[in-house]
Design a binder for this molecule. Sequence first.
Ligand SMILES: Cc1cc2nc3c(=O)[nH]c(=O)nc-3n(C[C@H](O)[C@H](O)[C@H](O)COP(=O)(O)OP(=O)(O)OC[C@H]3O[C@@H](n4cnc5c(N)ncnc54)[C@H](O)[C@@H]3O)c2cc1C
Length: 468
Amino acid sequence: MASSTGIIGKCRVFMYAASSDHPNSLPIPLVAKMYAIIIVVESRKFSPPTTFPLHQRNAMPRKAHTNGTLRKPHPWGAPPWTVDFRPAPRALPDHVDFAIVGAGFSGLSAAAWLRRFAPGRSVLVLESASLGNGASGRTGGMALSETAAGNLPGLGDVLAGYKKILRAFRIDSRLTLPGVWELGRSAPATKGSGPAGKHSPISWSDSGELKVFRRVPGGTVDPGKVLAGLARAAENAGTRIAEHAEVRALDFSNPPRLHVRRNHRGRMHQKEIRAEQVLLATNAFSLELSGLRAAAVPKLTFALATAPLSTAQLKTIGLSSRRPFYTVDLPYLWGRLLESNGVIFGAGLVPPYVGRPSRFPIGNRSIKNAVRDLRRYDVRRGESAARLRWLEDRVRHLHPALASVRITHRWGGPILLTKKMRPIFQHHPRSKQVIVLAGYNGHGVALSVYLGQWAAQALLARRPLPRW
Ligand SMILES: Cc1cc2nc3c(=O)[nH]c(=O)nc-3n(C[C@H](O)[C@H](O)[C@H](O)COP(=O)(O)OP(=O)(O)OC[C@H]3O[C@@H](n4cnc5c(N)ncnc54)[C@H](O)[C@@H]3O)c2cc1C
């Protein structure tokens, strides 16, 4: 069985899912079933209210001041990361050699590498919002090895490649790779996995006792710094990056034509751009464009950050080694420390899956599970607020030292789930001049940057696409 990791989950051991009769009793050896199970467990156990109480709302600023102007808060809340780079505003060209759609880790890495490999060719990145507005600016920033489906043929060493890329572009990413702890409940999930938890520094209460049972390669970065660093490297090398430039449609002609709507200084402009080749790095958005509507499922997932903990508190809860962690069984939980000594915890998905786990996430999808626009969710309301409340409640019950901790950030971000949890890295079914790179299943911090480099090589016909 393939192993699976990511912010959603991991199954190097058997996973145990909840049925209505026997919570935590069914061994589920299939990775793809996991997502549905998470939702089943979560939604049966808790029926949270649909809005935040006032004190929690106050923790989420309703208005942000930027350069003297009032900006509406993002409906997905604010992560603790800052992207201290804005691309220079420039006119859009009529024609480019390479157009990259999406300025997340994948797109920016590809853009930076394209100009490094082929300095004479023109590269344009089109981003519908601003840098970091997708998953990359809202991520947890755990750098994990392999893919969510484990190792794949020809993948290579993701973490070593990631480290090399960050070094090549001189990005002060705050990458540390002390290893990642895999946590499991004392029973039955860690059964058969050796002396599980015997000397565990962590002992948390979360549907059983959560303990460390092994360490795997990985660590953390500051994703805001990685995004800014990649964008800066790309722009310094001559890439044009256009924010607020949404690709509304793509003609699969030769060359492909992108129909772009750009909000430039408050005015909407339409523009048609011809590109010899296109990379669609749009992740959980624009599934019509990438042709992934039937092949992948977008979800919103959640995280919160606590105020800085004291050294004594970190020691008491078992995090003084500063290692990030995730659970290998359910309900899923992941987390990491911030440089400030605050702790990020994450879990939960909306929209929830409705139906039989075995059908999840792809195929025979009912109307209820049809792809929905994630932009309609607001972390202060409805299902998303409920997920965040549920997460906060869990965090407060993990350990007495966390019972009254202040929460400084609550936010959500998009992830794209795929068949067998494998990333999608292929030609668009309608054009050999268009490559699609997406679908990391919540396991894309290191992988997206790593595969971004590969995408640049593939666009330059220097490396074939993988056969995953
Ligand atoms: C809360 C959260 C926590 C996570 N934690 C981890 C973790 O700890 N470790 C890990 O490995 N992974 C984690 N992930 C997953 C990881 O962050 C993602 O896999 C990775 O950031 C994906 O990068 P990307 O560039 O492919 O996508 P994105 O960063 O989503 O970028 C896609 C971009 O495309 C733009 N776009 C979309 N459509 C268009 C269009 N039509 N025109 C122009 N632009 C468009 C979007 O605005 C967006 O900026 C997490 C994800 C979330 C949401």
